[in-house]
Design a protein around this ligand. Structure first.
Ligand code: GAL
Length: 687
């Protein structure tokens, strides 16, 4: 596959950074609108997401549409040189609809139909809901199709949740019929229903998982989650089809939520024109919050990877405090800028907030906003937003650039679902997310860019693929990984890998199942440790993998036999003392590493740092980076922009080595050792 060096801007109308946020003028009297426009200009804002939760204003009673206010807002935006990220309102619905058509209301897993209220809680199967959404989306698209302000469709808002109503049960059974080719025996096998007499004679006997019914059949739970993703994507496609029929050239997106557990976002990338996501990190004031910045970077990389490296939209972030957090800290001075630069460093072509103007009432009235209840621009947060707005205007050249890493980390939702559902080897602390991020962290600390892949991803594009806790190995994945390694790739995986197939049925004949031959090991047993227990991992003398001394394993430990693999470390305690703790197997032209336990950070830094050195992986800047600092890169193949980001409160010194750079904001030449302010960032261009 030929990947572009540079992508076009999100809309041809906006070859520059979009800066703005969720804007709810329909909740405010008209005399505030002109003031909004004045403030937007002062803040350097040029893109407002409008209409996200406006259905009750747009269609106050069934079939009566009121677009007058939106006409005025669209015109005002255009007149003031700004653009609309125009929403479809399906994220929340008017009360008349729930009253007249109760089928739009969700039924929870306990089979209780919900009352009207809140948002993001409609039935995705309901033909009436789909039809009502189609009608309002058609009206919106027809009305604004030629409007100069329209640049992007913001479809719905943060799709999520599931519904267990009779319509969804029917749809689930249809989905199962298709998956199992109408053969109930295929389902019985996949779900291993002989267990506890759970056999079905007919698809009609199957229901969605429920706490008052069945929720212990892993294949069943997994298929339900798959169905929910497919049903949500189908609903999303329905919204898109309506819009595309009228505005074929206006890009569509829907805002995602990081590693939201309920949906397999890998299935969303292909459906939308541009990925967007909402990011609410908490790194505001604790000395170790730089660790959270590593997770944020990972999430940005994931979002960039959903469309193979195409820049994404930072659709929401908080200008200051995020009111739903248990302790809603103020964002410390300077953090907003660094957080925005971090998003951009990893591929964001927009910086948008929740929310433009702080709500006067209801549950988000204390959520950070660009315009506070004071109503003017003379406050700290507005000042920081305006400063950021001025900086974004100097970053046009970054738009459309990307990064093409040699390293990929596998993050796979289906694997996560299966692994988290497993009873054993521990019910708690399976920690898939943090385990993946712990394997990502050494790359972040060394400024080596990383892509994120699902198991179905294109391994061949990379030199190094790391798949922590690859519990589920779907059909064909083992073969594709073998090919990758045979042809020279380096593969790293860990304990609790190669355990089940795509139906959550255990591989027979020895773990790690389809990965066994390539890894040259047999994982005989897995031990679970108490919280306070540690097992020693002792590096083999003279190993060439960068391991030295003794490390500490915790939580999960595999008892492994080397079957041709070279042993790089052994366990130093417990009844499995002396057994392999880390192995490497030469397979074809490549190598496959197995890490048999959950280890400490020094271990990850040594092993993965050693690999980075051995493989000569390019670091964004030559010199070592101080703790809490990362360097990320974007390029169009000719120009390279380097983002230096400091997530510690103290200033840090960074050595740029022999390379010469130009500060993108000031134009000044930069080289040698430079200082990064606490919570500070720099954008420099390689000379
Ligand atoms: C997001 C949501 C926004 C707003 C925000 C508050 O999840 O999309 O509408 O509620 O959270 O942080």
């Amino acid at each position: 596959m030929n990947l572009p060096a540079k992508y076009p801007p999100i809309s041809p109308k906006t070859p520059f950074f979009l800066h703005g946020g969720d804007y709810n003028p329909d909740q405010w009297p008209e005399d505030v609108w002109a003031e909004d426009m004045r403030l937007m200009k002062l803040a350097g804002c040029n893109a407002m997401s409008v209409g996200i939760f406006s259905w009750a204003t747009l269609e106050p009673v069934e079939g009566r549409f009121e677009f007058g206010w939106l006409d005025q807002i669209m015109d005002l935006l255009a007149k003031n040189g700004a653009f609309a990220v125009l929403a479809t309102p399906s994220g929340a619905r008017p009360a008349w609809m729930s009253q007249k058509y109760p089928q739009v209301l969700r039924v929870d897993a306990g089979r209780v139909r919900q009352l009207h209220g809140k948002r993001h809680n409609h039935c995705f199967s309901s033909p009436i809901y789909r039809e009502k959404v189609r009608i309002i989306n058609t009206k919106l698209a027809e009305r604004y199709k030629d409007h100069p302000a329209l640049i992007v469709w913001h479809v719905s808002n943060e799709y999520g949740g599931d519904c267990h109503c009779p319509l969804c049960q029917e749809a689930f059974r249809g989905w199962l019929r298709r998956r199992y080719e109408n053969d109930i025996e295929k389902l019985n096998h996949a779900w291993w229903t002989g267990f506890w007499s759970h056999r079905f004679n007919d698809f009609e006997q199957v229901e969605s998982p429920s706490p008052i019914g069945e929720d212990l059949v892993h294949g069943h739970n997994l298929d339900w989650k798959r169905f929910v993703t497919d049903q949500t994507v189908d609903f999303f496609r329905g919204e898109i089809a309506t819009l595309k029929a009228i505005t074929p050239r206006v890009p569509v997106t829907t805002n995602l939520m990081g590693v939201y557990p309920g949906l397999n976002y890998w299935k969303f990338g292909a459906v939308m024109d541009v990925v967007s996501w909402d990011h609410y990190p908490t790194y505001h004031d604790r000395p170790d919050t730089w660790l959270l910045a590593v997770s944020s970077s990972f999430l940005h990389d994931l979002n960039r990877s959903l469309k193979g490296g195409q820049p994404f939209m930072q659709m929401e972030m908080a200008p200051s405090m995020t009111n739903w957090m248990p302790i809603a800290k103020l964002k410390r001075p300077g953090v907003l800028m660094t957080e925005a630069m971090q998003a951009i460093a990893h591929g964001a072509d927009t910086i948008q907030y929740f929310q433009w103007r702080k709500s006067r009432g209801s549950s988000e009235k204390f959520h950070g906003a660009v315009v506070d209840h004071c109503g003017h621009e003379h406050n700290r947060v507005f000042g920081e937003v305006a400063e950021l707005g001025a900086v974004l205007k100097k970053l046009d050249a970054v738009i459309g650039t990307t990064t093409r890493p040699s390293v990929a980390v596998v993050y796979d939702w289906e694997n996560r679902w299966a692994l988290e559902d497993a009873k054993g080897p521990r019910t708690e602390k399976k920690d898939y997310n943090s385990t993946v991020i712990n394997h990502y962290r050494p790359f972040w600390m060394n400024g080596v860019p990383v892509d994120v892949l699902s198991e179905d991803g294109d391994f061949e594009r990379y030199k190094l693929v790391i798949a922590p806790m690859m519990y589920m190995v779907r059909k064909g994945v083992g073969e594709r990984l073998e090919k990758f390694v045979r042809e020279g790739g380096i593969f790293v995986t860990t304990y609790w890998s190669g355990i089940v197939d795509e139906s959550d049925l255990c591989f027979l004949g020895g773990f790690p199942g389809p990965l066994r031959k390539m890894l040259g090991i047999w994982a005989e047993e897995i031990d679970a440790l108490y919280e306070d227990e540690r097992v020693k991992v002792v590096a083999a003398e003279g190993n060439d993998a960068g391991l030295s001394g003794t490390y500490e394993a915790r939580t999960l430990v595999d008892v492994v036999h080397a079957e041709g693999a070279k042993v790089l470390a052994t366990f130093g305690s417990e009844f499995y003392a002396g057994r392999p703790a880390v192995t490497v197997n030469t397979y074809g032209k490549g190598k496959a590493y197995y890490i048999a336990s959950r280890n400490d950070e020094r271990f990850h830094a040594d092993l993965l740092g050693g690999l980075m050195r051995q493989m000569g992986l390019r670091r964004t800047i030559e010199g070592p980076l101080p703790e809490g600092v990362t360097a990320q890169t974007r390029s169009d193949g000719k120009r390279e922009f380097v983002f230096l980001l400091n997530f510690k409160r103290d200033a840090a010194k960074v050595n740029l080595g022999a390379a010469r750079f130009k500060d993108v904001l000031t134009g000044a030449a930069v080289g040698g050792e430079i200082e990064l302010a606490g919570n500070g960032s720099r954008v420099i261009e390689r000379a």
